[in-house]
Design a binder for this molecule. Structure first.
Ligand SMILES: Nc1ncnc2c1ncn2[C@@H]1O[C@H](COP(=O)(O)OP(=O)(O)OP(=O)(O)O)[C@@H](O)[C@H]1O
Ligand SMILES: [Mg+2]
Length: 198
């Protein structure tokens, strides 16, 4: 059975596509992996011809057909709004990743996405991922309070603000940046562990 990982947040620019690409690529060496690009602007679709180790597919008309695709892992990238297909995608997902920047206003902006996930019964399989975390910053009390209010689990791994992540999509990977590589590795481990618990 393929595992479906949905990456979603109604806000733009939080790192959905970048995280989707790097998480998928990390598993693609040892598993059969596909990305499905639900963003009409199709940013990841443009990488279709240059990406050799995994498939990048357009969104299918029948969302139920996704579960029967022959892959070990399918990562679904979504657009920066609450699309009409999102409730159905939440239902079929085994895990939902919600990337966000670690600011109080950024965390407040998650509420609509989390509410929709909750209404669709997906909160237990949801993991918030703090992205673009500035170096040498600790999570302040107000940020921790906002995270607690959200009632979804938060990944222990934080993804730093690194040029390697910006470049990764064009360069087809993280190159030799050990920090970025180990962060994506650790987040992949957390995702695989949570998938086992479902
Ligand atoms: N960890 C990171 N460090 C540095 N830059 C990052 C990181 N993650 C994402 N970025 C950059 O931030 C910008 C937005 O990222 P991305 O396009 O992945 O966000 P998105 O949520 O998919 O946006 P949209 O909702 O518009 O599709 C891009 O320029 C990307 O390179
Ligand atoms: Mg995107």
């Amino acid at each position: 059975m393929c595992k479906i990982i949905l990456i979603t947040h109604q806000k733009g620019g939080v790192g959905k596509s970048t995280l989707t690409f790097n998480l998928a690529l990390n598993l693609a060496d040892s598993a059969k992996v596909a990305i499905i690009d639900f963003d009409a602007q199709g940013s990841l679709m443009q990488l279709q011809s240059t990406t050799k180790t995994m498939d990048i597919l357009e969104s299918p008309a029948d969302l139920n057909s996704i579960s029967s695709l022959r892959f070990d892992f399918i990562f679904i990238d979504t657009p920066p709004y609450l699309s009409s297909s999102l409730p159905q995608l939440i239902r079929i997902a085994d895990l939902i990743v919600v990337p966000t920047k670690a600011g109080v206003l950024d965390l407040m902006a998650i509420t609509n996405t989390i509410e929709l996930i909750n209404q669709t019964g997906g909160l237990k399989k949801t993991m918030i991922v703090l992205n673009m975390v500035k170096p040498n910053t600790t999570l302040t009390l107000d940020i921790l309070i906002e995270l607690n209010k959200l009632e979804a689990s938060v990944a222990k791994t934080h993804i730093s603000d690194l040029v390697s992540f910006t470049r990764s999509v064009i360069q087809g990977g993280l190159g030799k940046n050990d920090k970025a590589i180990s962060q994506i590795d650790n987040l992949t481990r957390e995702i695989l562990t949570k998938l086992l618990e479902q």
